[in-house]
Design a protein around this ligand. Structure first.
Ligand code: FER
Length: 177
């Protein structure tokens, strides 16, 4: 398996991981400041997002930190230790996302105004803080700025298809079903 060292090794990587609370997330570092993702399990399963602006840094050899704030007001801080198939994530949900998660469960890019409206209309505090370790169940080298990685809504069985090699071809393009 690929050994991770520098930030260049990390950027362009596609991960699937399952948090110890059972939530399953799919993450693609499209370039050194942009994230695309899909959520397959947990409080906001079904949500997917492209072009989230993030900060990605190398903490030390093979250890990487990714942080960002969402249009919903949710804040996220992730630490990846890919050589150990391990990561740790902390999600800081505004109170309104905990009370109305369904508003955020969509292709967010088509509904940015609704997210901003909801974060103004509903309560922010107290926040729901969810700190969890996760096991990385898939690592793919998708390359930089690959728009095919996160290009459709999540479906039941999608992460199994990806893990089993049924979803991407040798050039990391989607195999259309
Ligand atoms: C993650 C934890 C949280 C992640 C994304 C989020 C793709 C986003 C949460 C939200 O906006 O609801 O590990 O990785």
């Amino acid at each position: 398996m690929k050994e991770f060292d520098t930030l260049d090794d990390f950027v362009g990587t596609h991960f699937i991981y399952t948090y110890d609370n059972g939530w399953e997330y799919e993450w693609y570092g499209k370039n050194d400041h942009t994230l695309d993702y899909r959520i397959h399990g947990g409080m906001v399963a079904g949500r997917w997002v492209k072009d989230q602006e993030v900060t990605m840094v190398k903490l030390t050899d093979g250890v990487f930190k990714v942080t960002w704030t969402e249009p919903t007001g949710t804040d996220v801080a992730l630490d990846f230790i890919p050589n150990e198939n391990k990561m740790h994530g902390t999600i800081f949900f505004p109170k309104w996302v905990e009370e109305h998660p369904e508003i955020t469960v969509t292709f967010q890019n088509d509904h940015i105004d609704e997210m901003i409206e909801a974060r103004e209309k509903y309560e922010t505090y107290p926040k729901l803080v969810v700190p969890e370790f996760a096991k990385i169940t898939y690592i793919g080298d998708a390359g930089i700025n690959n728009e095919e990685v996160i290009a459709e809504a999540p479906y039941e069985g999608m992460t199994n298809d990806i893990r089993e090699g049924k979803y991407f071809d040798a050039n990391y393009k989607r195999i259309k079903r």
